[in-house]
Design a protein around this ligand. Structure first.
Ligand code: 13P
Length: 250
């Protein structure tokens, strides 16, 4: 039985006080959703520590949205995986399309970040997904395959057993345009097949989340698909009621 996960990527939203309020509201409503759902919130670096404090004692985990490629040292502006882990974070989002697109993240940098995450006991939520042009050209399978092969295939079995993958089609992120449940299932099943080539039966255990305009009204239909194990939620994660309602989609 694969883990069911609903993770909120807050992106560059909320001031510290607002983030704490949001986290507390998620904690307050948590009881309405099945214990079987693993909730993760990923606030900006600036309020990771306050949010960790706010969710203490609940079964809500906290993740960061990125980490540095290096361990420590003269890298102005960067935040090391060991710093994130020291706060009590359990997860780190890596390879989000916004980081690939706006900050030039490549497989080369992501391999280093993945190594940093594992060296510090963090579980990466590794994002893959095609843009509109690639989808329209029918290249979405090849794009996702390459993003997996170039990074995930470098992991040991032990590391792979502690990985979450998020499929996020760029054309569905923040656009209100969601992949259909069938489109999600088609590519999730394909991603699992690619993972199976390298990791065999372990691929059955890897949670693959869908991300891109996921909201309470469409979560249940998408999560009902066999190879969809939850969601990585952007906009709807900023409203506690919506975030929790997505968890009720299982
Ligand atoms: P939206 O849910 O706002 O489309 O964002 C999805 C996403 O990018 C999560 O990482």
């Amino acid at each position: 039985m694969r883990k069911k996960i609903v993770a909120g990527n807050w992106k560059m939203n909320t001031l510290p006080s607002e983030g704490v309020e949001l986290a507390k509201a998620v904690v307050a409503g948590r009881g309405e959703v099945c214990e079987c759902v693993n909730f993760i919130v990923c606030p900006p670096f600036t309020h990771l520590s306050q949010v960790i404090e706010a969710v203490k004692g609940s079964n809500i985990a906290v993740g960061a949205q990125d980490c540095a490629t290096e361990t420590k040292g003269a890298y102005t502006g960067e935040v090391a995986a060991q710093m994130i882990a020291a706060l009590g974070c359990k997860y780190v989002i890596l390879g989000h399309s916004e980081r690939r697109q706006y900050y030039g993240e490549t497989s080369e940098t992501l391999n280093k970040k993945m190594a940093q995450a594992y060296a510090n006991g963090l579980t990466p939520i590794y994002c893959v997904g095609e843009n509109l042009e690639e989808r329209e050209a029918g290249n979405h399978f090849a794009v996702c395959k390459a993003q997996i092969e170039e990074v995930v295939f470098n992991l040991t079995e032990e590391q792979f057993a502690n990985l979450v993958i998020a499929y996020e089609p760029v054309w569905a992120i923040g656009t209100g345009k969601t992949a259909t449940a069938d489109q999600a299932q088609e590519i999730h099943a394909y991603i699992r097949e690619v993972l199976r080539e390298k990791f065999g039966a372990l691929a059955e255990e890897c949670p693959i989340l869908y991300g891109g305009s996921c909201k309470p009204s469409n979560a249940a239909e998408i999560f009902a698909k066999e190879d969809v194990d939850g969601g990585l939620i952007g906009g709807a994660a900023l409203v506690a009621g919506d975030f929790l309602a997505i968890g009720k989609g299982f």
